[in-house]
Design a protein around this ligand. Structure first.
Ligand SMILES: NC(=O)c1ccc[n+]([C@@H]2O[C@H](COP(=O)([O-])OP(=O)(O)OC[C@H]3O[C@@H](n4cnc5c(N)ncnc54)[C@H](O)[C@@H]3O)[C@@H](O)[C@H]2O)c1
Length: 252
């Protein structure tokens, strides 16, 4: 089940040392996919490439700024030259910023949207031609529990708004490409055990844990394994959906 042999997957934002993206890259690699490790962070890219290769899969590292159409187009060119196809896009690159609406500037709003929504749009648009030609594609985007209930621990209202925009965008696109063998889905993690969580003062961490029925933050594995399912052949009839992965902290 969930084998990804001969599949080519682009994972944006997969250069972060303790981030979700690296785990997604590794998890898809272990299922047999070749991985395009795309990130702003050149050093992080190399570490993920080595880890993917150590897991027995092919990896192509590409320096990418998702906010630049030129950068995105260059990445697509490299991927097609190297692998000749694109089966999976995981839109994972994202930024957050803790600021109240009162203190937020238009620049803050614009910066968060430019990565979390406009960058996601550019990457998504860029893979559609190839996926349509193949009549196969899987697109999964990282939303967040904060899109549905607000109040992200580390993000402001602009972050929540950008992650809500990702949900609407994905549902619309899912309808547009539904007869082309392309599925478009989102995952909406709650708090995940990454670097930023580890840096939280103990009292704040306790407050957060108390609000999670499962009583702990999520692990990056738990996000990656859900994505491995959504991009598999077995998930061919799931599109326009979002899966909450939040330990019960928000139930639709
Ligand atoms: N960590 C959490 O608790 C949590 C919860 C819900 C959703 N998410 C979402 O999951 C995704 C990954 O989060 P994370 O915690 O692993 O973050 P992270 O900061 O560890 O990793 C994000 C990666 O994106 C890259 N990136 C940032 N801007 C970029 C750009 N313009 N172009 C290319 N790459 C860029 C960074 O270099 C970094 O490697 C994000 O979209 C985030 O919003 C995270």
């Amino acid at each position: 089940m969930f084998k990804l042999n001969n599949k080519v997957a682009i994972v944006t934002g997969s250069g972060s040392k303790t981030g979700i993206g690296r785990n997604i890259a590794l998890t898809l690699a272990k299922q047999g996919a070749s991985i395009v490790v795309a990130d702003l962070n050149a050093e992080g890219i190399q570490d993920t490439v080595k880890a993917v290769e150590a897991a027995g899969s092919k990896a192509l590292g590409v320096e990418l700024n998702v906010t630049s159409k030129e950068s995105v187009d260059k990445m697509i060119e490299k991927v097609l030259a190297e692998f000749g196809r694109i089966d999976i896009l995981v839109n994972n690159a994202g930024i957050s910023q803790k600021v109240t609406v009162e203190d937020m500037t238009l620049e803050d709003m614009s910066k968060v949207f430019s990565v979390n929504m406009f960058g996601l749009f550019l990457c998504t648009q860029a893979v559609l031609k190839t996926m349509k030609e193949q009549q196969f594609g899987r697109i999964v985007s990282l939303s967040s529990v904060s899109a549905k209930r607000g109040g992200g621990v580390f993000g402001g209202a602009h972050y929540s708004a950008s992650k809500a925009a990702v949900l609407g965008f994905s549902k619309n696109l899912a309808r547009e490409v539904a007869t082309d063998g392309i599925t478009v889905n989102c995952v909406a993690p709650g708090l995940v055990n990454t670097e930023i969580w580890k840096s939280l003062p103990e009292a704040d961490a306790k407050k957060v844990i108390d609000s999670i029925p499962v009583g702990r933050p999520g692990e990056t594995d738990e996000i990656a394994s859900t994505i491995a399912f959504l991009v598999s052949d077995e998930a061919s009839y799931i599109t326009g959906e979002e899966i909450d992965i939040n330990g019960g902290s928000h139930m639709d």
